[in-house]
Design a protein. Sequence first.
Length: 511
Amino acid sequence: MQFKLPRFFWIVDSLKSPKTSRPWAVIGAGIGGMASAIRLKNLGFAPEIFEGNSFPGGKLSEFSFSGFRFDAGPSLFTMPEWLGELFVQSGKKLEDYFEYITLEESSRYFFEDGICIHGYTDPDKLAKEIESKTQDSRDSVRKFLKYSSRIYGITRPVFLEKSLHKLSTYFQASIIPSILGLPYIDSGRTMHVANSRFFRDPKTIQIMDRYATYNGSNPYRAPATLNVIPHLEYGFGAFFPKKGMISITEAIQALIRDLEIPIHYNAKVEEILFEGNRVKGIRTAGKDLPFSGVISNMDIYHTYHSLMPGMKFPGKTLKRERSSSALIFYWGINRNFPELDLHNIFFSENYEKEFNEIGKGILPSDPTIYINITSKFKKGDAPEGMENWFTMINVPANSGQDWDIIKKQARERILQKLGRMLNTDLEKNIQAEQVLDPVGIESRTSSYQGSLYGSSSNHPFSAFFRHPNFSSTYSGLYFVGGSVHPGGGIPLALLSAKITSEIILQKEKPF
């Protein structure tokens, strides 16, 4: 009887042998795409990345104008250990590539009645702050955070770190506690209903409801399971990269260089090539290039509709409700606002109405405004005595609205609201301006309709409806990024790369 080495050992042995690694194509140098390439390289494959833009990072990029620097997209950094894991498995130290600090406040919350609540990342300080400025007690805050932590403990092993779309996932001993705990993840009621049971003050409820926007969802429809999100800030902390969010992209890019993984910029992939139901390569610049497999970091909708002409695609999945998008005003402000912090939220007075209007595809009449000011921590991001304001409101995904009109209306509403709440004529303080709408977001990042997180999570089973990290129809075709499992945002994009690479290891051989 022939003895067969376990898979781990033949991988290690193969890495020491002169065998040629199988080449794989990664479409897109977003965070998920680059992380996937790193993981494939460490498993013995030979990945190459093809990026249509002249720069890496996708949404996690930067730009400058008139002396102001802006991180173009994601602005909140949590769960640094999921970034660090890429470096550890590559035999590197994260601190050699990337530095960050811990924030005392995750956000500063402003209300129309003049109350400002500091969202301290220390749970005890947060509980004390909420008790001092609302009708809610410290004990109610502690109970909520314990509840959020419990949901995280149940969902992490299966919802965040494993594929929900493979039967084998549900037969692993390590996830049995999660399976048994599913009745306790609070999927049977909405976030708002759950939060209204924990708290009685509308301000506290609104703060906790806001976490639905972290994946572009509506707290009045999304399952209370999403109350796991606050635990990421108050259980693990919120952080700021010393060189801005772009330094996350730069650190991963530097690791890719050290691992000698090729990245081809200005190399738009035109088509994924097949031989029967098996991937055989890609087409770029009119040339057919052979590859043993393909990972697409492009939005799942455009992967099927743009790169797979004539091939079978999952119609129901691609037609699911899209997440919300964003309208962003990048403002160079000619003065300092000491009352503001790195992350600032100016709440609408009627939160439910705001989400209903977004759901109807229209601009909210009273939008909640998010302002990110990195110059508070990174002084070179704005000239002396000035600030760089990343000013964002949630808006519906693009479905043909007249965005020129919407941008004008939104600007007026934002200026009026901030002028009132900050007691200033803000228009006079805007020294420089650029604007990004859902159409621009889709153009720059291939996010279908400009939705930031792919499909929404407004259904109790949204996690199961999200597209899997692999194709069940075509061999050698895999997917990563915010439009597939487990979802959008930097931590989940990194986890999608982990899940995808583990599935590839189960199905494919690197040599």
